[in-house]
Write a protein of this length. Structure first.
Length: 1056
């Protein structure tokens, strides 16, 4: 690469070579300078030895030349191929010759330990007889930022450093970029063969690549050029006009020395320029050290301004002083400084303050602080977020009353002046919001954060951190291997914990909590469980993030543990603050080449240390069931108290107690499980609430002793009873109804929008009767950068994508809109592979039909396609052998549009299922929504009613199925006291394909009466009396209250 760079630069230099000028050269060093340079690199004698001619050989040395000659040192040269180069300091820079057009080159050094070239280039032998000669050569330079190159020329009797003792040209700095000709006299006293040596001594600071061309020699003599030691650079400064006016005052101080450092006795003129030479100011006969002031110099608005100053000695310009990119006029404000955010004592407001920006802008121009507007942005937001507020003041109050719980806040403040906007000043981070009541807990259940945390990269480097599930490590070991490692799992059995793995040594990372209110706690403590054998856990606590102090340290190399171990740290000293926050900081102090010491933590909490305290850790059970099915729930109970406990588990279903169990004694910090098994009642509602209460006398925190979950009760969707009636026969209730009508099974037209509550959002295993098949099995692209997607980039056929559940960043939300609702089927593309993704329909009617659906691709830049297949048998992927070509909706070039478009498919008679097969190569995603088709009848052909379950006031009357449509119930027994009673009845039909919904409700009132006897004949028919004692016809009763007498029994009856 370096050689290529040299070649490129050399070619560029050849294109800009100018005419030779034999009368101009730069300042020269004394001979002593040459000796000093030589002493630095190789051994020489203290003084120059007389040049002794080489004995004239009987035959000339190989490749010898006669004068006059001029050698082309580029690739067209012939003699140059026999030149000799010596890289004295043995770096990666040396003379390159005979490779590019027209010149040889020596690049500036770039090695760290080399500051100066020490490279010689020797000619072929030159036959010289006594006399005067002129040595000529051309020198130029190239390179970005190059200021000069340096070279000396010597003559010797051999092409070696030691032989090159006769100085032709002392060390000289050359500043002309174009190739410029130089000539020097040489006197030969003895005939022989000599070698010219060109010694490059350019320093790294000069940055120049030396170009050497047209080396020659001829007999003769030239007048030595007059060496002018030009003035050194003067001093130049300026003052911009106030308030952004486009003017400046320039002050130039003339130099007092030459470039070589000699005292400067005269200056012919000084030339000062502004605005890139548009304005030029010339002053003649200037005294060295004289100060020149120029007022009201015109300036450009912005950065495109330049000042220069140069002193002349005769016609020779001295060293220029130059300043570019000088900003003048209105400027961009500097970023606001001292941005400070402080939460107020109520915790629901905070004050944000900063310093006003100064009048000096970002580039040195003008800013009017009184006209600056400050824009406030959420530091945790995105680049696209708008400012949350603006002000011309230097502070504001921010409120968090609408915030639920606590959160972390920080802000960026940008200053705007006209259309110019500063960089932002960033505040510190605070926690705001009402502090959490005790206990404040975090157990990372199922691998999710339950609380709000702030990550603190204290010492950056390679490390891994985050929540992790119990399944992860379990998947890495063989459960059937008796000698296998025990997988790491959560401490409390809730399926998740936090895990930190440092890769580099000394990296550190912290988890910072929000606040907990400990003002009323009698014995507040911070607790967490940990494992580890090599890193350090540091614990900090305080009232503010930037005010926390270290309160504990656990060195796991000194105190290793391979099982969950509890840390408990008292917080009594923080009670006067009212609320406290903490940080767990993990430090990789003991990592080495062979060890990376991880730290898992779990069950972090601030609580009051109580004698009696249990909690429900997890509560899991059946989510969906049918009437009559058995469901089960299990709760994991932890004893947080300092004494053993035997709590009572009380289970209820929709508020009715169904089980009570006293648990065996649980030791402090120990766990116990309690399990419920229960049959779903046939009259259960659509959502059956199962609740567990853990009862323990004196429990300090009863709020965490209760857990509930709903079981979705799935009923068969057939006809139910809707004509249930109740009548009275003596003290009995006669229930009558009609069998539900079982009609003919007919197909139904269905529009599937994938919005059913029965479907699981983000599922990759289908939806209801819709099935999927991933034929490629490849990893897929993540399309929307969603924050929630448990299957992100995994092999997927079609995913039931929910654009609300997925929590999509705002910039991608528009691309994730469903055709209707918020869900659609999404087939993300395989990564750099062919797709084979199948979406298979529920069973069809089998009739010839037209299917429609909405589809789109993510973008036509990665065009999507698909095929339609049908099956006449079942929904196994291998059964889809018939491809359907009659599909409309594609664009003219056969791709899916990037906007929602209706597609139409004609299916033949006999088709029982259809499938959409996504089959493109390495695209992005195919979207499917709102599929309309004729489904198979939902009513089975063999549908029949097995019987009925009967319920009184919600409780079952029958234990077995009743197979008739009349039922007699005797709700009142002799145990009932006198009074009026209301009874409500329902029946639930049970088909051979499941139970259906309850019937209508039939309600009747019965009265238990204290009347013992009105008639004496026990076998007499019933006789009816109104409340006035008059006998009435029992077959034509109107609503009211009556006395019924039958035998020796009298009842008070209400007729409605």
């Amino acid at each position: 690469m370096k050689k290529s760079l040299l070649l490129t630069m050399a070619v560029a230099g050849s294109l800009i070579a100018g005419a030779a000028n034999p009368d101009i050269r730069f300042a020269s060093r004394t001979q002593g300078g040459l000796k000093e340079i030589n002493r630095q690199h190789h051994a020489v004698t203290a003084r120059t030895q007389p040049l002794k001619a080489a004995r004239v050989a009987a035959e000339a040395p190989e490749n010898a030349v006669e004068v006059p000659f001029t050698h082309d040192l580029g690739k067209a040269g012939t003699e140059v191929k026999n030149y000799t180069n010596i890289n004295v300091n043995d770096d990666n820079r040396k003379w390159q010759y005979g490779t590019v057009s027209g010149y040889a080159a020596c690049m500036v050094p770039n090695a760290d330990n080399i500051d100066q070239n020490d490279d010689w280039l020797f000619t072929v032998p030159i036959h010289l007889v006594p006399g005067e000669y002129v040595v000529s050569f051309e020198v130029g330079m190239m390179g970005s930022g190059a200021t000069a190159v340096e070279m000396n020329v010597a003559l010797g009797t051999a092409p070696t450093v030691e032989a090159a003792t006769s100085v032709i040209c002392p060390a000289t700095q050359y500043t002309e970029k174009n190739l410029t000709k130089y000539e020097h006299n040489c006197n030969i006293t003895e005939e022989g063969y000599y070698y010219l040596g060109f010694h490059c001594t350019t320093t790294k600071a000069m940055k120049g690549t030396l170009k050497l061309a047209n080396v020659g020699m001829r007999a003769g003599h030239v007048e030595p050029p007059v060496v002018v030691d030009p003035p050194a650079a003067g001093q130049l400064s300026w003052t911009l006009a106030p308030k952004g006016e486009l003017k400046a005052t320039i002050q130039y101080t003339a130099p007092t020395h030459t470039k070589s450092g000699e005292a400067l006795t005269e200056i012919t003129k000084v030339e000062i320029t502004s605005r890139w030479g548009v304005d030029k100011f010339v002053y003649e006969d200037v005294t060295p050290g004289q100060v020149i002031t120029i007022n009201d110099v015109e300036m450009y608005q912005g950065i495109n301004n330049r000042f220069s100053g140069v002193a002349y000695l005769g016609d020779v310009a001295g060293e220029m002083v130059e300043y570019k990119s000088i900003w003048c006029g209105i400027d961009t404000p500097l970023a606001p400084e001292n941005v400070r955010l402080s939460v107020n004592p109520d915790y629901t407001t905070a004050t944000l303050s900063w310093d006003a920006v100064p009048e000096i802008g970002e580039h040195g121009g003008y800013v009017d602080p009184t006209q600056v507007t400050y824009y406030i942005f959420d530091a945790f937001g995105t680049y696209y977020d708008e400012a949350i507020g603006t002000t011309q003041a230097t502070s504001c109050t921010l409120g968090y009353n609408d915030t639920e719980g606590q959160d972390f806040y920080a802000y960026q403040v940008t200053a705007g002046f006209g259309e110019l906007y500063s960089l932002d000043g960033v505040s510190n981070i605070i926690t705001a919001g009402t502090p959490d009541a005790l206990p404040k807990t975090e157990s990372f259940g199922q691998g999710y954060f339950e609380d709000m945390w702030l990550g603190n990269s204290v010492v950056k480097g390679n490390m891994q951190y985050g929540t992790i599930t119990d399944d992860y490590f379990a998947s890495l070991v063989d459960p059937d291997d008796p000698d296998g490692l025990r997988p790491l799992a959560s401490h409390d059995g809730d399926g998740g914990f936090y895990f930190w793995m440092p890769i580099d040594k000394d990296v550190a990372y912290g988890l910072i909590s929000t606040r907990a209110d400990i003002s009323k706690a009698s014995s507040p403590v911070l607790e967490f469980w940990y494992q580890g054998q090599g890193s350090i856990i540091e614990v900090y606590a305080g009232h503010e993030i930037d005010e926390m102090n270290q309160i504990s340290s656990i060195d796991l190399k000194e105190n290793p543990t391979d099982d969950w171990t509890q840390a408990r740290i008292p917080l009594d000293t923080f009670k006067p603050m009212g609320a406290v926050m903490f940080e767990l900081r993990f430090v990789a102090a003991h990592n080495d080449d062979e060890h990376m010491w991880s730290i898992p933590v779990d069950n972090i909490r601030i609580r009051n240390l109580d004698e009696t305290d249990v909690r429900i850790v997890t509560f899991e059970g059946t989510q969906k069931a049918k009437p009559g099915d058995s469901i089960s729930f299990t709760a994991h109970i932890e004893n947080l108290g300092t004494t053993a406990a035997s709590p009572v588990a009380v289970w209820t279903a929709d508020g009715k107690t169904i089980s009570t169990e006293t648990l065996a004694e649980i030791a402090p910090n120990a766990f116990a499980d309690v399990t419920l098994s229960h049959n779903v009642p046939f009259n259960a509602p659509e959502a059956l609430e199962i609740t567990l209460n853990i009862e323990l006398a004196g429990d300090a925190v009863p709020a965490d002793n209760k857990a509930s979950a709903n079981v979705t009760v799935n009923r068969a969707n057939f006809a139910t009873v809707n004509d249930l009636k109740a009548s009275i026969d003596g003290s009995d209730v006669i229930l009558t109804w009609s069998h539900p009508e079982i009609g003919e099974a007919l197909p139904a037209t269905v529009t599937e929008d994938f919005e059913s509550e029965q479907y699981t959002p983000m599922s990759i295993s289908g939806a209801g009767a819709w099935t999927v098949y991933d034929g490629d099995g490849n990893k897929t692209y993540n399309i929307f950068r969603e924050l929630y997607n448990p299957f992100q980039t995994q092999p997927i056929a079609f995913q039931l994508f929910d654009n609300i559940t997925a929590n999509i960043p705002a910039q991608y939300a528009a691309d994730a809109e469903a055709y209707s609702g918020q869900r659609f089927m999404l087939a993300p593309s395989s990564q750099s592979a062919d797709n084979d993704n199948w979406l298979i329909s529920p069973e069809l009617s089998g009739n010839a039909q037209t299917v429609t659906f909405m589809a789109k691709g993510y973008t036509v830049a990665w065009p999507e396609t698909f095929e339609i297949y049908c099956s006449t048998t079942d929904n196994a992927p291998s059964s889809f052998t018939d491809r359907i070509d009659s599909v409309t909706g594609f664009t003219s070039d056969g791709i899916v549009p990037e906007e929602w478009t209706q597609f139409t498919v004609t299916l033949p008679a006999g088709a029982k299922y259809f499938a959409i097969r996504h089959n493109t190569y390495d695209t992005l995603a195919l979207f499917i929504d709102d599929v309309t088709y004729e489904a198979a009848p939902s009513q089975p052909d063999d549908l029949a009613i097995l019987g009925y379950h009967i319920f009184r006031n919600g409780e079952p009357v029958t234990t077995e199925l009743h197979d008739g449509v009349v039922y007699t119930d005797s709700p009142l027994s002799s145990e009932y006291p006198d009074g009026d009673y209301e009874f409500s009845y329902t029946v639930v039909p049970v088909y051979n394909h499941g139970a259906v919904a309850q019937s209508n409700v039939a309600t009747i009132e019965l009265t238990q009466s204290g009347i013992d006897e009105i008639a004496s004949e026990t076998d007499a028919p019933a006789v009816w009396y109104n409340m006035q004692g008059m006998r009435v016809d029992g077959s034509a009763l109107t609503p009211g209250v009556y006395i019924r007498v039958k035998g020796n029994r009298a009842d008070k009856i209400t007729v409605k």
